[in-house]
Design a protein around this ligand. Structure first.
Ligand SMILES: *Cc1c(COP(=O)(O)O)cnc(C)c1O
Length: 480
């Protein structure tokens, strides 16, 4: 008798013996009927199977390793929606505790038990919230003075992360860019002030510039801004985009003043899923005090006698990250975070020192202040080279590494650089494997008889045909 279920897939069907596994995966339409969970799992899993192993991905800043207990906690909370606070009031309280801990790491002067801040999906949302607050504060003041408030602007270096472009475009706020150059590798306070006027809602220094790994000098900016504000009568504040640095500076450079210890720093944002050591997506934004968070952005709720302020662009959002963050705070403590960040920084410095010894390369900066850095090809080597860093990126990808090559922003756009971000989970042993693979790749590339297509394209100033990744690791059309 014919088995009606033959190859349709039931509980007895071996996944790879099923008819479903002979079919292409759905692209346009939902399949007509169901299949077994084993087969569905296999199909989805297989589609992502050939990707880079997350821990070999040195392009991303985002956490790719958490210990088993953290993973277990987060998996157990996977079905919790943060916004359902009446059902899960303890999670809202835990969120408030995380905000407090972050605020105090940044030397918040706020006296209230619950500090003013917000949970976000990542730094992007956190930056938006900081930016919108600055805009609304400025607007309110302009309104009160009877002055026009239709031409707001903010000032940032060309090393900005793409979120600031989104902020500018979505809210129609002009972005004024201070160029980075080989001499001025971070935001120049004087140049920034030249771009300020009565319509400037804030200046945005970055701690852990995505393109270079460097920190803008917030203390110098604050000092310059203080004199400028006194002279002009403006009160232009600072929002610090500390996506990476917010969880590095408090542990490794506690004496560096970049946070709420500075007069004009009114808000700071960070990615909990970068050096906060939590899986994506998690961000935090904190204000210096309640008075800096416009009422229009906040609503207060009362949990167990505690007054917690809520702010955000999203409504529903996962709660698991809050458990992950709170776990990491308890598990690691200040000392534990310091040790993890210290190791990441030491390993970054080690790779930096080894790259400096390789004939083709020169590091962009002598300093490695965050656990990431960039290098480029020495111009004198590049003159006779038959390859580019894009070719090296391809070679390394063959060994599973994702090490992005990309061009720097405006004024430095002729520089093709390569970057590594060292995160928890990247050991000294892995660093040596990576360095070995880089050396082998160079040896192979140096044997080339003819220039590669990316080298030809660069010489002719043509677009690079090869697949090129920008600094976020996303494919982009290369400029040169
Ligand atoms: C990563 C990053 C962002 C965006 O953060 P997400 O957490 O990815 O949303 C913003 N600014 C800087 C400086 C960054 O490095």
């Amino acid at each position: 008798m014919e088995d009606l279920n033959f190859r349709k897939g039931d509980a007895k069907t071996e996944a790879f013996g099923s008819n479903r596994m002979l079919q292409p995966s759905p692209v346009e339409k939902i399949p007509d009927g169901p299949t077994t969970p084993e087969i569905a799992y296999q199909m989805v899993k297989d589609e992502t199977f050939a990707q880079t192993q997350p821990r070999l991905n040195l392009a991303t800043f985002v956490t790719t390793y958490m210990d088993d207990y953290a993973t277990k906690l987060m998996n157990e909370a996977i079905n919790i929606n943060y916004i359902d606070e009446t059902e899960y009031p303890r999670i809202a309280v835990m969120n408030g505790k995380c905000i407090n801990i972050v605020a105090n790491l940044w030397n918040s002067p706020e006296k209230d038990t619950w500090k003013t801040g917000a949970l976000a999906i990542g730094s992007s949302e956190a930056c938006m919230l900081g930016g919108v607050a600055a805009w609304l504060r400025w607007r309110k003041k302009r309104q009160a003075q009877g002055k026009p408030f239709d031409k707001p602007n903010f000032v940032i270096s060309t090393g900005f992360q793409v979120v600031w472009e989104k902020f500018a475009q979505l809210w129609q706020i002009e972005m004024r860019q201070v160029p980075l150059t080989l001499d001025k590798t971070t935001l120049d306070p004087e140049e920034a002030l030249k771009m300020c006027d009565e319509n400037t809602i804030c200046v945005v220094p970055i701690q852990g510039v995505t393109w270079t790994g460097l920190n803008d000098d917030v203390e110098a900016l604050d000092k310059a801004l203080d004199a400028y504000n006194a002279k002009t009568g403006y009160d232009i504040p600072i929002h610090v985009d500390a996506a990476s640095g917010g969880f590095i500076l408090p542990f490794l450079y506690p004496d560096t003043k970049w946070d709420f210890r500075l007069k004009w720093v009114l808000s700071i944002s960070v990615s909990g899923h970068k050096f906060g050591l939590v899986y994506p997506g998690l961000g935090w934004v904190v204000w210096k005090g309640k008075e800096y968070l416009p009422e229009e952005m906040a609503f207060s709720v009362n949990y167990l006698g505690a007054n917690i302020t809520q702010v955000g662009l999203n409504f529903s959002r996962p709660a698991a990250q809050i458990l992950g963050q709170y776990y990491q705070f308890i598990r690691l403590g200040f000392q534990g975070y310091k040790e993890v960040q210290y190791n990441s920084l030491q390993i970054a410095k080690y790779i930096h020192s080894q790259i400096a010894k390789m004939t083709p390369f020169v590091n962009y900066s002598e300093d490695v202040v965050n656990p990431l850095f960039i290098w480029y090809m020495k111009p004198e080597y590049a003159k006779n080279a038959k390859w580019t860093l894009y070719d090296l990126q391809d070679k390394l990808a063959q060994h599973g590494w994702m090490v992005p090559a990309y061009t720097l922003p405006a004024k430095l756009q002729d520089y093709v650089v390569m970057r590594v971000v060292v995160r928890q989970g990247f050991s000294r042993d892995m660093a040596d494997m990576l360095l070995g693979d880089i050396k082998n790749a160079i040896a192979e590339l140096e044997k080339l008889e003819y220039p590669t297509s990316t080298r030809i394209a660069q010489e002719k100033n043509l677009p690079v045909e090869a697949k090129v990744f920008n600094h976020t690791g996303k494919p982009q059309a290369a400029k040169k």
